[in-house]
Design a protein around this ligand. Structure first.
Ligand code: ADP
Ligand code: MG
Ligand code: MG
Length: 358
């Protein structure tokens, strides 16, 4: 009998559309080659308002690649389900494949729900997902693991908004310890949303205020001049690292527009860097994966400061973009694992992890 795969996509985050594109690619891979005889797809679409839909609507969203606009008739009938009720098809799932990016999906929330359901799921559990999402917690764990990273400072919204005496001192301190240019980031987002590179006191103040509108937790980092290299990790307790890829672009940094406008960024696989750098990145990627307790998959991103030869870890992404042109599957393709094989392995890893935890 076929394993019923609950493909969970959409979600309440700015990366809703990317999630649909990733889910389309995964659905296609599940219905190709050997996977057809092993798996049956049960798609679940999480609308932007948080409601779960099963059945025909998710099939249509997958077929069209377009999000469902709110409100519509399906939504109206689904409103009778309160936000924490789920379609009955949830009970038919043998293994979940959540492909949700950003908050409410990549951060441990959905992973907690799936854990409570006592059904295996692809990817990291609650801890790995939460640590991978929060850039402050992530950096603390990386520091503890001895992984080199940029100088940074953790900031709380209260230092920016609540107390008029604290804010100037905070800015003084950032100027003194990190200097310009520096990066201001909401701690719990992705896709470069809310991130700014600042070069003056005025820009710093504005960027802190803006970041505080996205998150209570904010991170400020010294800017480095570096090439951006990425490595894919696959596995549970004995994970493997892929070849290393590079992102190149012409904009000031790898911002939202550069990430999602066709032709603004290029992926170079494998990256043209010395073998020693590749090896160092692969080792660091595996250390980072273990440090946050990731499982199944993760993409680990690095800064390679060519001038000094230094490699710094930037971040880990526990549910990286998974479209046909995304770095994660392409890195594995160049490492000898095709897209359909990758999807198959991830599901098998989910099942194996669940039985070992039980
Ligand atoms: P996200 O999780 O949204 O991808 P990142 O921390 O990866 O956030 O930052 C997005 C991009 O901003 C990076 O890919 C890089 O181009 C740029 N960037 C972030 N931090 C730094 C830094 N400290 N120095 C130089 N560039 C940075
Ligand atoms: Mg990220
Ligand atoms: Mg990033």
């Amino acid at each position: 009998t076929k394993l019923r795969v609950g493909l969970l996509f959409g979600g309440c985050s700015g990366e809703h559309e990317v999630s649909i594109t990733s889910a389309r690619a995964i659905a296609k891979a599940l219905s190709s080659g050997q996977n057809t005889s092993k798996y049956e797809i049960l798609p679940f679409y999480i609308q932007k308002d948080g409601h779960w839909l099963a059945g025909d609507t998710p099939q249509q969203v997958l077929a069209s690649g377009k999000p469902l606009s709110l409100p519509n008739s399906e939504t109206a009938s689904s409103q009778s389900l309160s936000r924490w009720e789920f379609p009955p098809q949830v009970g038919e799932v043998d293994v979940w494949f959540p492909i949700l990016h950003g908050p409410n999906g990549e951060d441990g929330t959905v992973q907690g729900l799936l854990t409570l359901m006592q059904v295996p799921f692809v990817g990291s559990g609650v801890l790995g997902s939460a640590l991978g999402m929060d850039k402050i917690a992530m950096k603390m764990v990386f520091a503890q693991a001895g992984l080199p990273q940029v100088k940074y400072k953790a900031v709380n919204r209260s230092q920016i908004w609540s107390n008029p005496c604290v804010f100037p001192k905070l800015c003084d301190d950032i100027e003194l310890t990190l200097g310009y240019p520096c990066f201001i980031k909401p701690a719990n987002l992705g896709s470069s949303v809310g991130i700014a590179k600042v070069r003056s006191r005025q820009e710093l103040e504005a960027a802190l205020d803006n970041a505080a509108s996205y998150d209570r937790r904010i991170i400020v980092e010294a800017a480095v001049v570096a090439r951006e290299l990425e490595c894919a990790v696959l596995g549970n307790d004995q994970p493997k690292a892929s070849v290393v890829g590079e992102i190149t672009y012409k904009s000031e940094f790898y911002d939202y527009e550069t990430k999602y406008t066709e032709g603004k960024a290029d992926l170079v696989i494998p990256a043209a860097v010395p073998n020693a750098v590749t090896q160092q990145i692969q080792e660091m990627a595996l250390q980072a994966f273990a440090a946050v307790d990731a499982a199944g998959l993760a993409r680990v991103d690095f800064f390679y400061v060519e001038a000094t030869g230094e490699v710094l870890i930037n971040e880990i992404n526990t549910l990286p973009g998974f479209t046909a042109t995304s770095m994660y599957p392409l890195l594995w393709q160049h490492s000898g694992v095709s897209f359909p094989e990758l999807v198959d392995q991830l599901i098998q890893l989910a099942v194996a992890r669940y039985s070992s935890v039980e």
